[in-house]
Design a protein around this ligand. Structure first.
Ligand code: SF4
Length: 225
């Protein structure tokens, strides 16, 4: 026989040891990522951003499992990973001409009585004054942005294919933004995310100043307030 009994036992032992080392290493790594993320959130400063980004991607499942096990809410960690991603993309975003950028506003920001019509390029705001979009959209278009009010992800994909932007600002709920930024990363598009202050399907709330702060990155043109 090719494997003797003792060689087989040694191999099994080795596999067992490597597995234990990997599990312990992942647990230690996840704890370290959580500690550094906690310190970063507390001090408002990003420590080891590149390492943290890789760690959060590699150990996402373990970190989520640990949060669940210890009864922690992982919302702060997701918020942190979005801010980290924004921070790491800032330089490339600043270097991208505004004509190559788009903003996707979610339709849930509209008033429940919104009279906007759906077109192949999303909802077209009629500036009726029932929500903030009408006022804000003009400011972003004046800056040179192409702005879409997206009824869903199909429209976003279609507009990505049609206009091929190099950078996008996506607005949405926590998980939408997290997944959207991951998709941007994979597609080689510079993604910046802004999370709505209130989740839901209608009349959600956005901190427009936060959006403007991101939109104004690298822009000194008139229209930038
Ligand atoms: S301002 Fe625009 S988006 Fe808001 S409710 Fe009116 S038409 Fe709809």
């Amino acid at each position: 026989m090719f494997f003797t009994a003792s060689l087989w036992n040694d191999l099994m032992m080795l596999i067992g040891e490597v597995t234990v080392i990997l599990i312990v290493g992942m647990l230690i790594g996840a704890v370290l990522v959580m500690i550094v993320a906690g310190l970063s959130i507390q001090n408002g400063q990003f420590y080891f951003p590149r390492l943290m980004k890789s760690g959060m991607v590699l150990l996402e499942g373990v970190i989520k499992g640990m949060c669940k096990f210890f009864g922690f809410d992982d919302t702060d960690l997701v918020q942190f990973s979005i801010k980290l991603q924004n921070m790491m993309n800032t330089k490339r975003f600043a270097e991208t001409p505004v004509e190559k950028r788009v903003i996707y506003l979610p339709q849930c920001l509209r008033s429940a009585e919104c009279p906007a019509h759906l077109t192949p390029e999303g909802l077209v705001c009629r500036r009726c004054g029932r929500c903030d979009i009408g006022r804000e959209i003009d400011a972003y278009e004046a800056m040179g942005y192409r702005v879409f009010i997206a009824p869903g992800s199909t429209l976003i994909k279609r507009m990505m294919k049609k206009y091929r932007p190099k950078a996008i600002i996506g607005i949405g709920c926590l998980m939408e933004i997290k997944e959207g930024l991951e998709l941007c990363d994979r597609a080689g598009v510079i993604g910046m995310g802004v999370v709505t202050l209130k989740d839901g399907c209608v009349e959600t709330v956005l901190n427009w100043d936060e959006l403007h702060e991101i939109a104004a990155i690298g822009i000194t043109a008139p229209g930038s307030r």
